[in-house]
Design a protein around this ligand. Structure first.
Ligand SMILES: *Cc1c(COP(=O)(O)O)cnc(C)c1O
Length: 399
């Protein structure tokens, strides 16, 4: 047995999160795509069966009250809150991340006041955030300026209304300095809006501690909520009373069943709601979140860094020299929970990896992404993935 495979065994036997793996439906595939779609938690199918057959099938309309459907968006928001360092009452679940980016950014601009006429957006952002920021700017009559996250401090001024940033870059896996950037945004008198899609569930976020104004994130990546599971919106308590949603649907009304023609916003987190929640997806998410019971985010982060460190070490040992270039920063404080490798013919390389039971994904033009989800990926998986990558690249490069 190679040194690295015996190291993997030692690391797996010392892993304090190893017992979590049995709470997921997994097979012999090495699944390194949980940063795109998290694996299925074992508890979900049974819960959904009850939701569909009993709550919907038997109780029907009564379930809005008796099964807690109406209050699910806030209840599940409170369940996500500790994972992102938020006290209860500030997160509401519903709609997609895209829709929540729009609510959060327009809301932030309206909070910033009329005299501030510029919005800054992460120039390297996941595209949907950029498209929505452009529309938010047009709607609010502001100018949109794309800037690299590192350039944000220099770009801030008394014209800046709000800044929309991704906590972890979806392509490179680079982790941005949320505390420092949020502090810089505040020093300029602007509001900080963070997209947590690639950080929540993988590393500590500290929304309350760092004074983040608004935040959004999806739940189908590291939170394992299932395909298309609803996203969430965080509005800091201090802003809740002045938060002016651009999508004030009847679910966010102070008295939704008053059916009044005039809109009056609800207090607290429910102000971020829009229309009738997608109950089936939402309750699948609620069941999926039970895997976090008793899990510390710090332990998840420590394992995530150990997994990515070990992967880089195995890649260095197994992959032919010069065939890959790592796009993910080495320093821990700049690394999320994925490793992105650039290589020639990345598309075909990923297809071969998948054929051999190692699932990551490919991002145009030439990037292999490997996501490490600490609740169910082990060190043996990491070693096997790097070994298979080494074989494939050896064949492709003819060495
Ligand atoms: C995954 C992801 C999204 C996805 O948005 P949807 O509306 O759920 O499709 C948005 N932003 C970022 C940064 C993402 O990583």
């Amino acid at each position: 047995m190679s040194d690295l495979s015996s190291r993997a065994r030692e690391l797996d036997s010392a892993d304090g999160l190893a017992h979590k793996r049995k709470e997921f439906v997994l097979d012999e595939v090495v699944y390194l795509d949980g940063n795109s779609l998290g694996a299925l938690p074992v508890a979900v199918p049974g819960r959904l069966d009850d939701v569909v057959r009993r709550q919907w099938g038997e109780l029907r309309i009564r379930s809005w009250d008796e099964s807690g459907w109406w209050t699910a968006p806030e209840r599940i928001g409170d369940r996500i809150a500790p994972l992102v360092g938020a006290a209860a009452g500030q997160i509401v679940v519903g709609d997609s991340t895209s829709v929540n980016v729009f609510k959060a950014l327009v809301g932030a601009v309206r909070l910033a006041g009329e005299e501030r006429d510029e919005i800054l957006v992460d120039a390297t952002t996941f595209p949907t955030d950029g498209y929505l920021a452009e529309s938010a700017a047009r709607l609010t009559g502001r100018t949109l300026r794309p800037v690299d996250p590192a350039e944000v401090p220099a770009a801030l001024s008394d014209r800046t209304a709000a800044v929309l940033l991704n906590h972890v870059d979806y392509r490179t896996g680079r982790l941005h300095d949320l505390p420092a950037l949020t502090a810089a945004v505040h020093a300029a008198g602007a509001l900080a809006v963070w997209d947590l899609c690639h950080s929540a569930g993988a590393l500590p976020v500290g929304l309350d501690e760092h004074g983040v104004d608004l935040a959004v994130g999806c739940t189908y990546k590291y939170l394992n909520g299932g395909p298309g599971s609803p996203a969430y919106l965080y509005v800091r308590r201090a802003h809740q009373d002045r938060f002016d949603s651009p999508l004030p649907g009847w679910n966010s009304h102070a008295e939704p069943f008053g059916m009044r023609p005039a809109y009056e916003p609800a207090p607290g987190a429910p102000r971020g709601r829009v229309g009738t929640p997608d109950i089936l997806s939402m309750l699948a998410l609620e069941a999926a979140l039970e895997v976090w019971e008793g899990v510390s985010v710090d332990a998840v982060r420590a394992k995530s860094l150990a997994l990515t460190d070990f992967f880089l070490e195995c890649v260095a040992a197994y992959v032919p020299d010069g065939t890959v270039e790592c796009l993910t920063p080495r320093p821990h404080e700049q690394r999320g929970s994925q490793i992105a490798l650039r290589c020639d013919g990345a598309d075909g390389v990923m297809r071969r990896l998948i054929e051999r039971g190692v699932v990551g994904d490919f991002r145009r033009p030439d990037v292999l992404r490997f996501g490490f989800t600490p609740l169910y990926v082990g060190f043996g998986d990491v070693e096997r993935a790097a070994a298979v990558l080494g074989e494939v690249l050896g064949e492709v490069s003819g060495s």
